[in-house]
Design a protein around this ligand. Structure first.
Ligand code: TA6
Length: 297
């Protein structure tokens, strides 16, 4: 399989496929602006490093790399539902897209030097176990000074479907005590910790487990990290909700694929269609959820 992938889609000095020792196929991208790594399993971006910078993305040192498990880190695709299944508790959390083997459909070196790769996921016996709709999910990743991720969800059936989704990005930070999140000051939220003031009308700092869906939010967020002396900008399209998550101490200890102290060096700022931002997609139409991640200079 890896030989065929490289024959059909590799780009000399720019994009190649490697089967890692854990058995998953990883795409390595390198161009004048950045390097990136993407797992074919889940079509999950695992690394994005602009030249001369530390990785913007975080992956747990205890992550599993198995066909039927989610990789803990990078940008998991949560689709066609975010969080618990709306009606069936036996279904996996965050949908099946991140548990599935996606197909590469195209790779391209762009005129501006960016590298672009597209993947798709279509119904199979495996997906039908989870979701009985006819669909095409397409993911397009563009690597330049910025990283752009576009998830298109197409309804190929004859009845409307309602989805929730997330680009569940794990950011690499120096230490949770060094970061402040801006851009959500005016947005109401649901989740924990609760607050007397909601919206809180102040930037977010974290000193306990935080797991919130911010609603009516469609502008940029930024993460300022005084330890790495950088500001990460998260722009988005097709989303009116944002999730912020850090598991903190106790939840970190309960997760098998998450180191006990790794909560200190990661932070999730997720571009979502969650809660009241669920999207109805009519037959033959589609919805695109997209984010662009970059450094503010
Ligand atoms: O996005 C936040 C969240 O929904 C948290 O509640 C936590 O469960 C996290 O996602 C990770 O979920 P996972 O199923 O990947 O362990």
């Amino acid at each position: 399989m890896i030989t065929e992938l490289n024959r059909n889609f590799s780009i000399t000095d720019n994009l190649k496929f490697i089967t890692e020792s854990h058995g998953l196929n990883i795409i390595y991208i390198a161009n004048d602006f950045a390097t990136a790594q993407i797992s074919l399993h889940g079509a999950q971006v695992l690394s994005f490093r602009p030249r001369e910078e530390d990785d913007l993305l975080w992956v747990s040192k205890k992550s599993l790399f198995e066909q039927d498990k989610a990789i803990r880190g990078g940008i998991p695709l949560c689709c066609p539902w975010f969080g618990a299944h709306p009606s069936d508790s036996t279904q996996p959390s965050h949908g099946f897209a991140r548990l599935s083997e996606w197909r590469v459909i195209s790779t391209k070196k762009m005129h501006n030097g960016a590298t672009r790769i597209s993947f798709e996921l279509t119904p199979s016996n495996k997906t039908k176990k989870y979701w009985d709709n006819n669909f095409v999910f397409t993911l397009t990743v563009t690597v330049h000074k910025k990283l752009t991720i576009e998830l298109n969800i197409q309804n190929c059936g004859d009845k409307p479907i309602t989805i929730t989704a997330a680009l569940h990005t794990y950011f690499n930070i120096s230490d949770i005590n060094n970061v402040t999140i801006y851009g959500l000051e005016d947005s109401p939220f649901i989740g924990i910790p609760e607050s007397e003031e909601n919206p809180e009308n102040k930037p977010i700092t974290i000193n306990q487990e935080l797991d919130r869906i911010y609603l009516d939010h469609n502008n940029d967020c930024t993460i300022t990290d005084t330890g790495l002396n950088r500001t990460i900008r998260i722009a988005k399209q097709g989303s009116n909700s944002t999730v912020i998550w850090n598991p903190w101490i106790d939840k970190a200890k309960r997760m098998l694929d998450f180191g006990d102290t790794e909560y200190k060096t990661m932070l999730c700022v997720e571009t979502t269609n969650a809660d009241n931002d669920a999207r109805e997609i009519l037959p033959s139409l589609s919805h695109t959820l997209a984010t662009t991640i970059s450094l503010d200079y």
